[in-house]
Design a protein around this ligand. Structure first.
Ligand code: GLN
Length: 236
């Protein structure tokens, strides 16, 4: 990262923004601005080359066929893999999360090759997971209890080089009692929402990773009220 600005790359809004996940970019821009850190956001269409000089890459959810097309284009492009090798932050939701792995299930459940940037593999589950999800985040990430909304058919298995992002208290997540995965600065989750609106602590984790230092706290009472309401609405 250049010392005074964060470059955010929103990957393929034309294929991967079915569930409003683009709101995550707005949260990152706003929370950086409140700390006096300027941002530049690139909305990268799927026919454009992926720049490798981004600081934070965001991928959203999508339906099965756009997800397959996105994976093919990202594999062919190679820019995201180069950025990850240089230490970029990646935050990927649902279809975006699955396609970071070795493989995921296509529209007929067929295995589709992913980018291999996270040591996970996904396939098609028996039942669609739809509803609220709540989880306790891996302690080393220092992020409060997460709340979100999930809507996916896929189930995800983690390999030895990925750690579970959160332990599920309510909802389905990966299907193994955990939700999401991370390795280094690459983090995937099943939380739509947009996830960063509901979980400002998670937004700050991504910003901390990008700038390499702690950030001053922000008054999050508005988000706190939403979190309390959502937590009260589910059984954990
Ligand atoms: N097609 C994938 C699944 O159903 C991803 C869905 C999504 O992004 N919400 O698992």
């Amino acid at each position: 990262m250049s010392s005074d600005r964060i470059k955010i790359v929103w990957i393929y809004p034309d294929l991967l923004s079915t569930y409003g996940d683009q709101g995550n970019t707005i949260v990152l821009e706003r929370r950086a601005a409140l700390r006096g850190i300027p941002t530049e956001t690139v909305n990268l269409r799927s026919d454009e080359p992926v720049p490798s000089d981004g600081d934070i890459y965001l991928l959203g959810g999508g339906e099965d066929r756009p997800q397959i097309l996105a994976a093919q284009r990202l594999l062919g492009d190679g820019g995201l893999a180069r950025a990850v090798q240089s230490g970029a932050v990646v935050f990927a939701v649902c279809a975006g999360y699955q396609l970071l792995g070795h493989e995921f299930g296509g529209e007929e459940g067929q295995p589709v090759r992913g980018l291999g940037l996270l040591d996970i593999s996904s396939g098609r589950g028996e039942q669609r997971a739809v509803g609220e999800i709540v989880g306790d985040v891996a302690g080393e990430l220092n992020v409060p209890r997460i709340t979100g909304f999930e809507n996916h058919q896929g189930v995800t298995r983690l390999g030895p080089n990925a750690r579970p992002f959160a332990k599920v208290l309510h909802g389905i997540g990966n299907g193994d009692g955990y939700e999401g995965a991370y390795a280094g600065r690459v983090l995937g989750t099943y939380m739509h929402g947009p996830a960063l609106v509901r979980n400002p602590g998670l937004a700050d984790l991504l910003l901390r990773w990008a700038v390499g230092r702690d950030l001053q706290p922000i008054d999050d009472s508005w988000a706190g009220r939403l979190r309390e309401e959502r937590l009260a609405a589910v059984q954990t």
